[in-house]
Design a protein around this ligand. Structure first.
Ligand SMILES: [Zn+2]
Length: 403
Protein backbone atom coordinates (compact mmCIF):
# COMPACT_ATOMS: atom_id res chain seq x y z
CA UNK A 1 0.00 0.00 0.00
CA UNK A 2 1.46 3.34 -0.99
CA UNK A 3 1.37 5.95 1.74
CA UNK A 4 0.30 9.42 0.80
CA UNK A 5 1.92 12.18 2.80
CA UNK A 6 -0.69 13.16 5.35
CA UNK A 7 0.90 13.91 8.69
CA UNK A 8 2.76 17.04 7.58
CA UNK A 9 -0.42 18.34 6.02
CA UNK A 10 -2.33 17.90 9.24
CA UNK A 11 -3.18 21.39 10.40
CA UNK A 12 -5.20 22.09 13.50
CA UNK A 13 -8.38 23.97 12.56
CA UNK A 14 -9.52 24.95 16.03
CA UNK A 15 -7.84 26.05 19.23
CA UNK A 16 -8.78 22.83 20.97
CA UNK A 17 -6.89 20.88 18.27
CA UNK A 18 -3.67 22.71 19.09
CA UNK A 19 -1.59 20.03 20.80
CA UNK A 20 0.40 20.62 23.95
CA UNK A 21 -0.31 24.35 24.32
CA UNK A 22 -3.06 24.20 26.89
CA UNK A 23 -2.14 27.41 28.65
CA UNK A 24 -2.06 29.44 25.44
CA UNK A 25 -5.32 27.92 24.27
CA UNK A 26 -7.21 28.59 27.48
CA UNK A 27 -5.97 32.18 27.76
CA UNK A 28 -6.74 33.12 24.16
CA UNK A 29 -10.08 31.34 24.25
CA UNK A 30 -11.26 33.11 27.35
CA UNK A 31 -10.20 36.52 26.09
CA UNK A 32 -12.01 35.97 22.78
CA UNK A 33 -15.09 34.74 24.65
CA UNK A 34 -15.03 37.94 26.70
CA UNK A 35 -14.59 40.04 23.58
CA UNK A 36 -11.20 41.30 24.70
CA UNK A 37 -9.30 41.43 21.47
CA UNK A 38 -5.77 42.78 21.34
CA UNK A 39 -4.38 44.56 18.30
CA UNK A 40 -1.02 42.87 18.46
CA UNK A 41 -0.18 39.36 19.55
CA UNK A 42 3.28 37.90 19.94
CA UNK A 43 3.68 34.12 19.80
CA UNK A 44 7.09 32.88 20.86
CA UNK A 45 8.58 29.44 21.31
CA UNK A 46 10.59 26.68 19.63
CA UNK A 47 10.09 25.75 16.00
CA UNK A 48 7.30 23.47 14.93
CA UNK A 49 5.14 23.65 18.04
CA UNK A 50 2.11 25.40 16.57
CA UNK A 51 2.72 29.15 16.52
CA UNK A 52 1.78 29.73 12.89
CA UNK A 53 -1.13 27.33 13.16
CA UNK A 54 -2.36 29.22 16.20
CA UNK A 55 -2.02 32.49 14.29
CA UNK A 56 -4.18 31.14 11.46
CA UNK A 57 -6.77 29.81 13.87
CA UNK A 58 -6.86 33.17 15.62
CA UNK A 59 -7.37 34.87 12.24
CA UNK A 60 -10.32 32.57 11.59
CA UNK A 61 -11.76 32.99 15.09
CA UNK A 62 -11.74 36.75 14.69
CA UNK A 63 -13.09 36.75 11.16
CA UNK A 64 -15.63 33.92 11.17
CA UNK A 65 -19.01 35.33 10.17
CA UNK A 66 -20.44 33.73 13.30
CA UNK A 67 -17.76 35.36 15.44
CA UNK A 68 -15.49 36.54 16.81
CA UNK A 69 -15.70 33.12 18.34
CA UNK A 70 -13.46 30.55 19.98
CA UNK A 71 -15.07 27.99 17.74
CA UNK A 72 -14.94 29.19 14.10
CA UNK A 73 -17.65 27.53 12.04
CA UNK A 74 -15.39 26.33 9.22
CA UNK A 75 -18.25 26.80 6.75
CA UNK A 76 -18.59 30.51 6.12
CA UNK A 77 -16.67 32.26 3.34
CA UNK A 78 -14.13 33.79 5.69
CA UNK A 79 -13.37 30.44 7.36
CA UNK A 80 -13.01 28.65 4.05
CA UNK A 81 -10.84 31.31 2.43
CA UNK A 82 -8.55 31.64 5.41
CA UNK A 83 -8.13 27.87 5.62
CA UNK A 84 -7.28 27.80 1.93
CA UNK A 85 -4.84 30.66 2.34
CA UNK A 86 -6.66 32.78 -0.23
CA UNK A 87 -8.25 35.38 2.04
CA UNK A 88 -7.32 38.91 0.93
CA UNK A 89 -7.54 40.19 4.46
CA UNK A 90 -5.26 37.69 6.13
CA UNK A 91 -1.75 38.50 5.02
CA UNK A 92 1.11 36.20 5.89
CA UNK A 93 4.60 37.68 5.72
CA UNK A 94 7.84 35.84 6.27
CA UNK A 95 9.97 38.14 8.40
CA UNK A 96 13.09 36.29 7.29
CA UNK A 97 12.78 37.40 3.67
CA UNK A 98 11.10 40.79 4.22
CA UNK A 99 13.49 42.31 6.67
CA UNK A 100 13.81 45.83 5.34
CA UNK A 101 12.11 49.08 6.19
CA UNK A 102 10.54 49.28 2.73
CA UNK A 103 8.62 46.07 3.28
CA UNK A 104 7.21 47.49 6.49
CA UNK A 105 6.43 50.84 4.83
CA UNK A 106 4.24 48.94 2.42
CA UNK A 107 2.34 47.49 5.36
CA UNK A 108 2.06 50.98 6.86
CA UNK A 109 0.38 52.21 3.69
CA UNK A 110 -1.85 49.18 3.34
CA UNK A 111 -3.23 49.31 6.84
CA UNK A 112 -4.98 52.55 5.96
CA UNK A 113 -7.41 50.58 3.80
CA UNK A 114 -10.26 48.77 5.50
CA UNK A 115 -10.60 45.00 5.05
CA UNK A 116 -12.21 43.74 1.83
CA UNK A 117 -14.63 41.16 3.13
CA UNK A 118 -13.47 40.18 6.59
CA UNK A 119 -14.11 41.88 9.91
CA UNK A 120 -10.41 42.33 10.59
CA UNK A 121 -7.36 42.70 8.42
CA UNK A 122 -4.84 40.36 10.00
CA UNK A 123 -1.10 40.53 9.42
CA UNK A 124 0.75 37.39 10.41
CA UNK A 125 4.48 38.07 10.48
CA UNK A 126 6.54 34.94 10.97
CA UNK A 127 10.13 35.04 12.28
CA UNK A 128 9.54 38.67 13.23
CA UNK A 129 12.90 38.88 15.05
CA UNK A 130 14.59 38.97 11.62
CA UNK A 131 13.31 42.47 10.87
CA UNK A 132 15.89 45.24 10.79
CA UNK A 133 15.92 47.91 13.45
CA UNK A 134 14.53 50.55 11.13
CA UNK A 135 11.78 48.13 10.11
CA UNK A 136 10.91 47.61 13.77
CA UNK A 137 10.77 51.36 14.28
CA UNK A 138 8.46 51.78 11.32
CA UNK A 139 6.28 48.97 12.64
CA UNK A 140 6.18 50.43 16.11
CA UNK A 141 4.31 53.54 14.97
CA UNK A 142 1.65 51.37 13.35
CA UNK A 143 1.09 49.12 16.31
CA UNK A 144 1.00 52.08 18.68
CA UNK A 145 -2.08 53.50 16.99
CA UNK A 146 -3.55 50.88 14.70
CA UNK A 147 -6.82 51.45 12.87
CA UNK A 148 -9.51 49.48 14.76
CA UNK A 149 -9.78 46.80 12.06
CA UNK A 150 -6.07 45.91 12.07
CA UNK A 151 -4.57 43.00 13.97
CA UNK A 152 -0.96 41.96 14.02
CA UNK A 153 0.13 38.47 14.97
CA UNK A 154 3.89 38.09 15.30
CA UNK A 155 5.61 34.75 15.64
CA UNK A 156 9.21 34.20 16.65
CA UNK A 157 11.59 31.49 17.75
CA UNK A 158 13.90 34.10 19.27
CA UNK A 159 11.91 36.35 21.53
CA UNK A 160 15.04 37.99 22.98
CA UNK A 161 15.76 39.52 19.57
CA UNK A 162 12.42 41.31 19.47
CA UNK A 163 12.84 44.86 20.83
CA UNK A 164 11.24 45.51 24.20
CA UNK A 165 9.28 48.41 22.70
CA UNK A 166 7.48 45.98 20.39
CA UNK A 167 7.08 43.27 23.03
CA UNK A 168 5.48 45.61 25.51
CA UNK A 169 2.77 46.53 23.01
CA UNK A 170 1.78 42.95 22.30
CA UNK A 171 -0.20 40.36 24.13
CA UNK A 172 2.46 37.69 24.56
CA UNK A 173 2.10 33.94 24.49
CA UNK A 174 4.90 31.50 25.09
CA UNK A 175 4.56 28.17 23.27
CA UNK A 176 6.30 25.12 24.68
CA UNK A 177 7.90 21.96 23.40
CA UNK A 178 5.36 19.19 23.19
CA UNK A 179 5.53 16.26 25.55
CA UNK A 180 6.93 13.06 24.02
CA UNK A 181 3.96 10.93 25.02
CA UNK A 182 1.59 13.46 23.49
CA UNK A 183 3.50 13.45 20.19
CA UNK A 184 3.46 9.66 20.20
CA UNK A 185 -0.29 9.61 20.73
CA UNK A 186 -0.78 12.04 17.85
CA UNK A 187 1.41 9.91 15.57
CA UNK A 188 -0.71 6.91 16.59
CA UNK A 189 -3.80 8.82 15.47
CA UNK A 190 -2.26 9.51 12.06
CA UNK A 191 -1.52 5.78 11.76
CA UNK A 192 -5.13 4.94 12.52
CA UNK A 193 -6.45 7.49 10.05
CA UNK A 194 -4.16 6.09 7.34
CA UNK A 195 -4.69 2.41 8.37
CA UNK A 196 -1.02 1.93 9.12
CA UNK A 197 0.10 -0.71 11.61
CA UNK A 198 2.88 0.24 13.97
CA UNK A 199 5.11 -0.84 16.82
CA UNK A 200 4.84 1.37 19.85
CA UNK A 201 8.59 1.86 20.21
CA UNK A 202 8.89 2.91 16.55
CA UNK A 203 6.50 5.82 17.13
CA UNK A 204 8.30 6.71 20.32
CA UNK A 205 11.56 6.78 18.40
CA UNK A 206 10.07 9.20 15.85
CA UNK A 207 8.72 11.40 18.64
CA UNK A 208 12.09 11.36 20.37
CA UNK A 209 13.88 12.40 17.17
CA UNK A 210 11.37 15.24 16.78
CA UNK A 211 12.59 16.66 20.13
CA UNK A 212 9.26 18.17 21.09
CA UNK A 213 8.49 19.72 17.71
CA UNK A 214 5.30 18.33 16.25
CA UNK A 215 6.17 19.55 12.78
CA UNK A 216 9.56 17.82 12.79
CA UNK A 217 7.97 14.65 14.14
CA UNK A 218 5.32 14.70 11.41
CA UNK A 219 7.94 15.28 8.72
CA UNK A 220 9.98 12.32 9.92
CA UNK A 221 6.82 10.25 10.26
CA UNK A 222 5.90 10.89 6.63
CA UNK A 223 9.37 9.87 5.54
CA UNK A 224 9.21 6.67 7.58
CA UNK A 225 5.66 5.88 6.52
CA UNK A 226 6.59 6.25 2.86
CA UNK A 227 9.02 3.30 3.00
CA UNK A 228 7.22 1.24 5.63
CA UNK A 229 4.64 -0.42 3.38
CA UNK A 230 1.82 -0.15 5.87
CA UNK A 231 3.77 -1.33 8.91
CA UNK A 232 6.06 0.96 10.89
CA UNK A 233 8.70 -0.90 12.88
CA UNK A 234 12.01 0.03 14.43
CA UNK A 235 13.72 -2.66 12.39
CA UNK A 236 12.61 -1.05 9.15
CA UNK A 237 13.57 2.41 10.36
CA UNK A 238 16.98 1.14 11.42
CA UNK A 239 17.59 -0.48 8.09
CA UNK A 240 16.41 2.39 5.90
CA UNK A 241 17.76 5.32 7.87
CA UNK A 242 21.17 3.85 8.69
CA UNK A 243 20.87 3.40 12.44
CA UNK A 244 22.70 1.08 14.80
CA UNK A 245 19.58 0.17 16.77
CA UNK A 246 19.22 -0.96 20.35
CA UNK A 247 19.69 -4.65 19.70
CA UNK A 248 23.12 -4.20 18.13
CA UNK A 249 24.05 -1.68 20.80
CA UNK A 250 23.28 -4.24 23.51
CA UNK A 251 25.34 -6.77 21.65
CA UNK A 252 28.27 -4.41 21.19
CA UNK A 253 28.28 -3.36 24.84
CA UNK A 254 28.13 -6.95 25.94
CA UNK A 255 31.21 -7.95 23.96
CA UNK A 256 33.02 -4.81 25.06
CA UNK A 257 32.37 -5.92 28.62
CA UNK A 258 33.79 -9.36 27.85
CA UNK A 259 36.93 -7.62 26.62
CA UNK A 260 37.06 -9.32 23.23
CA UNK A 261 38.66 -6.70 21.00
CA UNK A 262 38.51 -8.79 17.84
CA UNK A 263 34.77 -9.30 18.19
CA UNK A 264 34.20 -5.62 18.93
CA UNK A 265 36.06 -4.60 15.79
CA UNK A 266 34.21 -7.19 13.78
CA UNK A 267 30.77 -5.99 14.86
CA UNK A 268 31.82 -2.36 14.38
CA UNK A 269 32.85 -3.19 10.86
CA UNK A 270 29.48 -4.82 10.17
CA UNK A 271 27.61 -1.83 11.55
CA UNK A 272 29.59 0.72 9.54
CA UNK A 273 29.28 -1.36 6.40
CA UNK A 274 25.52 -1.43 6.75
CA UNK A 275 25.56 2.32 6.10
CA UNK A 276 25.71 3.80 9.60
CA UNK A 277 27.83 6.96 9.76
CA UNK A 278 30.43 7.41 12.51
CA UNK A 279 28.45 10.42 13.71
CA UNK A 280 25.27 8.42 14.03
CA UNK A 281 27.19 5.60 15.73
CA UNK A 282 28.45 8.05 18.35
CA UNK A 283 25.03 9.58 18.91
CA UNK A 284 23.50 6.19 19.57
CA UNK A 285 26.42 5.07 21.72
CA UNK A 286 26.01 8.20 23.85
CA UNK A 287 22.25 7.66 24.12
CA UNK A 288 22.84 4.06 25.09
CA UNK A 289 25.25 4.88 27.90
CA UNK A 290 22.97 7.66 29.05
CA UNK A 291 20.11 5.18 29.31
CA UNK A 292 22.25 2.68 31.25
CA UNK A 293 23.19 5.45 33.63
CA UNK A 294 19.57 6.48 34.09
CA UNK A 295 18.45 2.90 34.68
CA UNK A 296 21.25 2.51 37.21
CA UNK A 297 19.92 5.63 38.95
CA UNK A 298 16.46 4.03 39.12
CA UNK A 299 14.79 5.93 36.27
CA UNK A 300 12.54 3.63 34.27
CA UNK A 301 10.20 5.86 32.28
CA UNK A 302 10.06 4.91 28.63
CA UNK A 303 9.70 8.52 27.52
CA UNK A 304 13.03 9.37 29.16
CA UNK A 305 14.92 6.19 28.26
CA UNK A 306 13.64 6.12 24.69
CA UNK A 307 12.78 2.44 24.98
CA UNK A 308 11.17 0.16 27.52
CA UNK A 309 13.61 -0.56 30.30
CA UNK A 310 13.50 -4.30 29.64
CA UNK A 311 14.80 -3.84 26.11
CA UNK A 312 18.19 -2.94 27.55
CA UNK A 313 20.57 -5.69 28.55
CA UNK A 314 20.26 -5.13 32.28
CA UNK A 315 23.32 -7.23 33.09
CA UNK A 316 25.28 -4.21 31.81
CA UNK A 317 23.88 -1.89 34.45
CA UNK A 318 24.84 -4.51 37.03
CA UNK A 319 28.35 -4.95 35.66
CA UNK A 320 29.34 -1.29 35.60
CA UNK A 321 29.49 1.12 38.50
CA UNK A 322 27.85 4.51 38.20
CA UNK A 323 31.20 6.26 37.88
CA UNK A 324 32.33 3.86 35.18
CA UNK A 325 29.19 4.61 33.17
CA UNK A 326 29.71 8.33 33.71
CA UNK A 327 33.30 8.05 32.56
CA UNK A 328 32.24 6.08 29.47
CA UNK A 329 29.64 8.71 28.64
CA UNK A 330 32.28 11.41 29.00
CA UNK A 331 34.67 9.63 26.61
CA UNK A 332 31.92 9.25 24.01
CA UNK A 333 30.75 12.85 24.25
CA UNK A 334 34.32 14.14 24.05
CA UNK A 335 34.85 12.30 20.82
CA UNK A 336 31.47 13.42 19.51
CA UNK A 337 32.57 17.01 20.06
CA UNK A 338 35.97 16.49 18.42
CA UNK A 339 35.08 14.18 15.57
CA UNK A 340 34.63 17.01 13.08
CA UNK A 341 38.35 17.86 13.42
CA UNK A 342 39.40 14.28 12.91
CA UNK A 343 41.53 13.14 9.99
CA UNK A 344 40.06 9.68 10.17
CA UNK A 345 36.75 9.30 11.93
CA UNK A 346 36.80 5.56 11.85
CA UNK A 347 40.19 5.28 13.58
CA UNK A 348 38.97 7.55 16.34
CA UNK A 349 35.84 5.50 16.80
CA UNK A 350 37.92 2.34 17.08
CA UNK A 351 40.19 4.01 19.60
CA UNK A 352 37.15 4.98 21.64
CA UNK A 353 35.76 1.45 21.59
CA UNK A 354 39.14 0.21 22.74
CA UNK A 355 38.97 2.54 25.70
CA UNK A 356 35.43 1.47 26.46
CA UNK A 357 36.59 -2.16 26.58
CA UNK A 358 38.74 -1.12 29.54
CA UNK A 359 35.89 0.69 31.23
CA UNK A 360 35.37 -2.15 33.70
CA UNK A 361 38.84 -1.46 35.17
CA UNK A 362 38.27 2.25 35.41
CA UNK A 363 38.63 3.77 38.85
CA UNK A 364 37.93 7.47 39.28
CA UNK A 365 40.71 9.72 40.68
CA UNK A 366 38.47 10.53 43.65
CA UNK A 367 38.16 6.87 44.51
CA UNK A 368 41.91 6.28 44.17
CA UNK A 369 42.59 9.17 46.54
CA UNK A 370 40.04 7.69 48.95
CA UNK A 371 41.84 4.36 48.84
CA UNK A 372 45.23 5.96 49.42
CA UNK A 373 43.79 7.83 52.37
CA UNK A 374 42.39 4.60 53.84
CA UNK A 375 45.69 2.80 53.33
CA UNK A 376 47.48 5.60 55.16
CA UNK A 377 45.08 5.23 58.09
CA UNK A 378 45.57 1.46 58.12
CA UNK A 379 49.35 1.85 58.08
CA UNK A 380 49.24 4.34 60.93
CA UNK A 381 47.10 2.03 63.07
CA UNK A 382 49.31 -0.97 62.46
CA UNK A 383 52.38 1.17 63.11
CA UNK A 384 50.97 2.33 66.41
CA UNK A 385 49.99 -1.18 67.40
CA UNK A 386 53.46 -2.39 66.43
CA UNK A 387 54.95 0.24 68.73
CA UNK A 388 52.57 -0.81 71.47
CA UNK A 389 53.59 -4.41 70.98
CA UNK A 390 57.23 -3.52 71.26
CA UNK A 391 56.60 -1.66 74.49
CA UNK A 392 54.70 -4.64 75.85
CA UNK A 393 57.42 -7.05 74.77
CA UNK A 394 60.01 -4.76 76.37
CA UNK A 395 58.07 -4.79 79.63
CA UNK A 396 57.78 -8.57 79.49
CA UNK A 397 61.52 -8.83 78.92
CA UNK A 398 62.21 -6.51 81.84
CA UNK A 399 59.93 -8.65 84.02
CA UNK A 400 61.77 -11.78 82.93
CA UNK A 401 65.15 -10.25 83.68
CA UNK A 402 64.05 -8.75 87.04
CA UNK A 403 61.50 -11.12 88.52
ZN1 LIG B 1 -16.87 30.78 9.89
Amino acid sequence: MAYEVTATRKRPQKFQDLAGQDFVVSTISSSIAKGRIAHAYLFSGPRGVGKTSAARILARSLNCQEGPTVDPCGKCNSCIEIARGSAMDVIEIDGASNTGVNDIREIKDEVLFAPNSCRYKVYIIDEVHMLSNSAFNALLKTIEEPPPYIIFIFATTEIHKVPATIRSRCQQFNFRLIDLERVKTLLGQVCQESSIQYDDDALLWIAKEGTGSLRDSYTLFDQVASFSEGYISLEKIREKLGLVGLEQMNQLAKIMLSGDLAQVMDLTDQILNSGVSVDQFLVELAEFFRSLLLIKAGIHRQSILGYEKDKFDLSLTEAYSQEQLLHGQELILNLYRDIRYSLNERFELELLLNRLIQLKEYISPARILGRIERLKQDLKISHISDENNEILIGQEKKKALNP
